[in-house]
Design a protein around this ligand. Structure first.
Ligand code: SF4
Length: 627
């Protein structure tokens, strides 16, 4: 058994109300690692083909990684996965906070939840086992109310929680799982899968004083930990102003998604930047387990036109400020903080919800929707009150909210009248707040992502414009890496993005936070120090590629069409105004870059992984789609 793992996966069948412990050994962990790799393995091997995401046979996997729970910055996270109700494919996301580390310290590398309870329940994991407990009294409550009730009920203030709110209960297809009230397993609609299983939460408590797991080389881990402590200057901006520190510069560069991606700069951007938040409503910085960066925001508003904003729900990140701000033309920072609080309380992926509301606003402004459908709400860009009203309607699935709760792709089909032209999504998932006309390689990353558009495992071209640490570091994985313009879509750029993405699939399997400035060499040293392995960067890169390839096999098996590995038509038209006016994302070059990505990944012209590549990756068992 490798160091860094407990060797135990908790299996829970909600239909039969039974649990058991599965043991796993070195071969399994060294092939799939944790997080994304583990999710891909379980979905392919255990899910029947073609089931609906809300079918009781769907499984919900919670997966830590080898590093989870070690005393080093960036590893308090956990992955989760299931068939996604948003994309009907591989659903996977990661969340921070303390829950993942607590799960590991409680004795488990992961949980696989199957079946559906006949009434609301929650899992209470403690003392090496699990109780399936009644949650009927918690159904309908916000995440904050639920956490308070659970602390009182269990008589323990130190429990860690992964909960859904009313959005997940009402099967809003982009509902999130909320860790510890203010951290989110956001993308892919996993909160809705949890709701479909009548599972309100997973509560974990390790025995006080119990360590995580045995570490092979504690001094090696300590070395990285000390290095991070001594180099906090590298993340000073992130600490001071959070992820939203980039909002201003993105607007200046013409790459800030604005008015549902119609524009790339927001005239009022200064009112909603991370810097403005720091100078006004920020009350403190928070963190995740053992992380020295402390990038999380906590905001408070005691009184405003939108009511108070509760600091217990943290504060908005860049994606949230852009998705409810510039994307909806809203420059009222307090309204954005209120939207963030509602998203945490109801349990939402803020990227998708922001994208859905921006889509509805554009439909309204173009006359596709009217006050007749919106129950009188003037759903215009910039209307903060309308935005907040719509969040409530979607959560309750009331009126137009019932349609919008299905995500922009399904909503556009239901609305008709040409609405699909304004649905900014890839494979059903709403686009993150990074503009593919500025970062053109990232656009290819959106198109080929296993989860639908995702910015976490895609390469951000603007980091690779000139010589420096990012390019140097990438050379350790792809020797041909070199500075290239953000709008370059050459074969060299695609080589860089394929290597980078596979490396991020490894990080997401190790479940390491993407904001840590660890080099390739440091990540290899850290993972080896924890596990006791002697792996090199190439082996870890292959683990990432294996996870992405299994996810691709799963998606094709579930009916994904490679012809949808593209972007909405809007992105192939240049902006009319702003810093990027007239700069196109050329459709033919984009298609060629996508094909080149297939080639590098060992996928055929239809985007299907070849038997030869599956064999090379040691996953020939996945030929034909696994189970
Ligand atoms: S960098 Fe920020 S998000 Fe990442 S682990 Fe640290 S505090 Fe959490």
């Amino acid at each position: 058994m490798s160091y860094g793992y407990t060797g135990k996966i908790l299996r829970v069948d909600l239909t039969r109300r039974k649990s058991e412990i599965e043991t796993r050994g070195d071969d399994f962990y060294r092939a799939y690692l944790g997080g994304r790799g583990m999710v891909a393995y379980y979905l392919l091997t255990e899910l029947p083909r073609g089931i609906d995401a809300f079918d009781a046979r769907n499984i919900l996997v919670f997966a830590a990684g080898p590093l989870t729970g070690a005393a080093v910055s960036g590893q308090g996270r956990n992955g989760a996965g299931a068939k996604s109700p948003l994309t009907d494919g591989f659903g996977n996301a990661e969340g921070g906070g303390y829950w993942g580390a607590e799960l590991k310290r409680a004795g488990f590398d992961g949980i696989v939840v199957a079946g559906r309870a006949d009434q609301p329940v929650y899992l209470w994991i403690h003392d090496g086992g699990v109780e399936i407990r009644d949650a009927a009294h918690l159904w309908g409550k916000t995440t904050g109310e639920t956490e308070d009730a659970l602390r009182a009920e269990l008589g323990d203030h130190a429990i860690r929680t992964a909960l859904i709110g009313p959005a997940g209960e009402n099967l809003v297809r982009y509902a999130a799982i909320v860790n510890d009230r203010s951290h989110f397993v956001g993308r892919s609609g996993l909160g809705a899968v949890m709701g479909s299983k009548n599972l309100k939460g997973v509560v974990v408590r390790a025995k006080p004083g119990k360590g995580a797991m045995e570490i092979a080389n504690p001094a090696g881990v300590q070395q990285i930990s000390k290095w991070m402590g001594a180099h906090l200057d590298l993340v000073a901006g992130l600490h001071e102003h959070g992820t939203a520190r980039i909002l201003r510069s993105l607007s200046k560069a013409g790459g800030l998604p604005t008015y549902n991606f119609r524009e790339g700069h927001f005239d009022a951007n200064e009112k909603i930047t991370g810097q403005t938040m720091s100078a006004s409503i920020l009350v403190k910085q928070e963190t995740c387990f053992a992380c020295a960066v402390r990038c999380k925001r906590v905001v408070q508003v005691k009184e405003s036109a939108h009511g108070a904003v509760d600091p217990l729900y943290g504060g908005p990140e860049y994606e949230t400020l852009a998705a409810f701000g510039s994307l909806e033309g809203i420059d009222d920072l307090i309204a954005l903080a209120k939207a963030n609080e509602l998203c945490a309380a109801y349990g939402y992926d803020t990227i998708s919800l922001g994208g859905v509301i921006a889509f509805a606003m554009e439909c309204f402004e173009r006359g596709i929707l009217s006050t007749k459908e919106t129950d009188g709400i003037e759903l215009k860009f910039g209307n903060a009150r309308a935005m907040l009203q719509l969040i409530d309607k979607i959560t309750r699935r009331e009126g137009i909210g019932d349609v919008l709760a299905n995500g922009v792709a399904r909503a556009a089909q239901q609305i008709g009248r040409g609405a699909d032209a304004f649905a900014m999504q890839v494979h059903g998932q709403e686009l993150p707040m990074h503009e593919p006309r500025l970062k053109q390689g990232l656009g290819v990353g959106y198109a080929v992502s296993p989860t639908g558009a995702d910015h976490n495992h895609a390469m951000h071209d603007t980091y690779y414009l000139k010589e420096g640490a990012p390019v140097n570091d990438l050379r350790a994985l792809e020797p041909a890496a070199r500075p290239l313009p953000a709008n370059d879509l050459s074969a060299d750029k695609v080589r860089m993005l394929a290597a980078f993405q596979n490396w991020m699939h490894f990080w997401d399997s190790a479940v390491m936070c993407m904001f840590l400035p660890y080099s390739v060499e440091q990540m290899v040293a850290l993972t080896n120090a924890v596990t006791g392995w002697d792996a090199d960067a190439h082996e870890y890169l292959r683990i990432g590629e294996r996870a992405a390839t299994l996810a691709r096999v799963y998606n094709l098996r579930e009916g994904w069409d490679a012809r949808d590995d593209t972007l909405p038509a809007r992105f192939f038209e240049p902006f009319e105004t702003g810093p990027l006016a007239g700069v196109p994302l050329p459709r033919d070059q984009f298609a060629a870059a996508t094909r080149e990505y297939y080639r590098l990944m060992g996928w055929d012209e239809n985007g299907a992984p070849t038997r030869a590549r599956l064999r090379e990756l040691g996953i020939e068992w996945a030929v034909g789609g696994g189970s």
